[in-house]
Design a protein around this ligand. Structure first.
Ligand code: 48H
Length: 248
């Protein structure tokens, strides 16, 4: 019966993949532009990396562009990165404009092609902590968490965890609500200063826990920047550089 074979193949392969990801170099929470860029750069450098994304569709805030006009803007310095990804883009008024669907697909394709695993529909509901250091993520099915079902999660061990959860900074918040970290809140729109702020503050916020992308603004009280994505990409790249330095 072919139906049965299909089920068997899926279940076997999925659990092989999950089992091989129970111990990671880096667990990235959130498959937005910063998380996916970090995943791409880390996988390219041979690190064992998985991205956990609570939604069915990874890509975070890229797809919708600005107000659902599905184009995003990037700083000109990102041209080399886009060429490396083989992304089509337009140079206009000293900025890059990219089709957001094309860009999200390229990031996803290149990160997974380099060997990063993306687990969609999996929510990170807590972190594992030993001797004052974050050493893994506690995961559950996304719908289980959304519905508030009383089902216990399981743990994935990792040398580093990245909070790439965007505006709410969901992972750092988990430590802040226990009084382990002090955090601020995101400031109003200021695309002139926000991009630099994100990149500068990207880094280790607590032993073992790094913060990337929009989560940086929430944690350190930085301004938002709207649909310009260069800061997200540079933030993901900075995460990879930090991990590279620390784990080599
Ligand atoms: C698993 C989770 C959890 C969880 C959330 O928001 P994102 O796209 O994140 P960034 O920081 O890479 O990019 C931000 C960018 O998209 C953006 O919003 C910008 C530039 N805004 C500027 C402005 O002014 O508004 O993606 C985060 C992802 C999402 O896909 C969430 O579903 C996911 O993280 N996520 N996944 N476990 N606990 N929490």
């Amino acid at each position: 019966m072919r139906d049965l074979l299909i089920s068997k193949l899926i279940v076997e392969k999925y659990f092989e993949k999950l089992k091989s990801s129970l111990e990671l170099d880096v667990a990235i929470v959130g498959a937005g532009p910063s998380g996916l860029t970090a995943a791409y750069e880390l996988a390219k450098n041979g690190f064992k990396v998985a991205v956990f994304e609570e939604r069915n569709v990874p890509g975070g805030g890229i797809w919708g562009g600005g107000m659902m006009f599905n184009e995003v803007v990037l700083e000109k310095e990102l041209e080399t990165f886009l060429r490396e990804l083989k992304v089509r883009y337009t140079l206009r008024e000293d900025h890059i404009v990219v089709d957001s669907v094309h860009f999200a697909s390229a990031l996803l394709y290149r990160a997974t092609k380099e060997g990063a695993l993306v687990f969609n529909n999996i929510s990170v509901e807590d972190v594992a902590l030993r001797e004052g250091r974050v050493c893994g993520v506690v995961v559950n099915w996304g719908p289980t968490v959304r519905l508030g079902l009383h089902v216990d999660p399981i743990t994935v061990k990792s040398s580093f965890v990245v909070d790439g959860t965007g505006h709410p900074a969901n992972v750092v918040t988990l430590l802040a609500k226990r009084g382990l970290i002090q955090m601020k809140t995101e400031f109003p729109m200021d695309a002139d200063s926000a991009e630099e702020f994100v990149v500068e503050k990207t880094g280790e916020v607590f032993p073992g826990l790094l913060v990337s992308g929009m989560a940086v603004c929430e944690v350190y009280g930085g301004p938002r920047m709207g649909p310009i994505f260069g800061g997200m990409i540079l933030s993901g790249q900075k995460i990879a550089k930090i991990v590279n330095k620390r784990l080599r």
